[in-house]
Design a protein around this ligand. Sequence first.
Ligand SMILES: [Zn+2]
Length: 330
Amino acid sequence: MSTFSGFLDEIEYVSIDRFTQLNFRSKAFFLSHCHTDHMIGLNEINSEVQLPGSLYLSEISKVIVQRRYPAVKNLVILKIGEATPISFAISECDEIDQSIGRTSVTAIPAGHCPGSVMFLFEQGNKRILYTGDFRLYREDIEGIIALKKFHENINLDCLYLDSTFLSLDYAYFPKQRESINTIIELTEKWLEANPKNICIIRPTAMKWRKLAANDIHYESHAEVPNSYSVCYSNHSSHDEIKFLIQYLRPKIVKLNVVPNNVCQKNAMYGVLDEITKEYQTDEQKIDMEVQESKCIEYNFHRITSIATKSSISLEKDEISLLKVKKRRRI
Ligand SMILES: [Zn+2]
C-alpha cells in the first residue's frame, strides 16, 4: 500500500499518484496505474473541481480513468519510452522558477498491472525515477533503453522505489508465468474431475516468506479439500528490487511503501543500506543517512505526539529502537 505523498523533493509543481486538495498546488499530474491507493482524490473531481493541470498517464490507464471517473478532464497519453516535454498549467501571476519549462517525462513499462508505468523525470541535470508499483525481472530491466544510460555512465539523482517486498523474508518469488502455469494445471485437474466443479482464484504473495528458487510455490489445505494457495506477485521480490537499485546506482533512494510499525520500518531501511553500500560513495552514504534520519525523526515526533495526545503508551522496544536509530544517524 503506497505511503507516498505525491510530491517529489527535487522537482516542483508535479504530483504523482495523489490528487487531494493538498496536491492542488501542483501544475502537472501523473498517474502510474489504476489501483485505488494510487488514485486517491480522483473521486473528488467533478464539473466544478478539476485538477489544476493536465493528468499524464498510459493509454490503458486513460481508458480506465475515463470509465471510472468521467469528470476528470485534460488526460494526456504518454507514449512508452519517449521523452515528452511536460506542459505546466502556469498563469501569468505565478512566480515560479523558469527551469520547469525544461522538464520532460518518459513512461517506462512497470509490469505491475495493465497500463502500469514508471516515470523518468529529467529537468536540466536532474534525473529522477519514480517506479510506482512494479514487477520487473533482471532481463526486463536490462532491456529498457531509457534506463541503460544510468547503468553505463550517467547519475540517477533519486529513485522513488516500490518497497512493498524490500525484506529478506521475500528474497525470491516465482515468475508470474510459472505461477500462472501452476494455476492452470491445478484448475484443469479439478475441472476434469467433474464438469460441475468450479474454481475460485485468489493468488497471493504475502504469505510466502522465505521461498527459494527450487521450492514448490503452492500448497494444498488439508482443512478444505482441493483448495490451494499459489504464490503470485505483482510486486518485485527483494532480489529483483536489489538488482534494479544496483543496476541504476541512484545517489539516493526514497521508499514509497513504508510500514507503520517502527521495527519493520527500521528493518526495511537496514536492508536498503545493505544494498546501496555496495556502490555508493561516502558522500552519497551521508546523503542517504540524512534522508533516512529525516524519515525516522518524523516518525519519532509523530508517534510520541500521538502517544502524548491520546495517552497511548509506546512499547519500550519501540522507543529504544527509535533512540538508537537517532543516535546512529547523528
Ligand atoms: Zn498497484
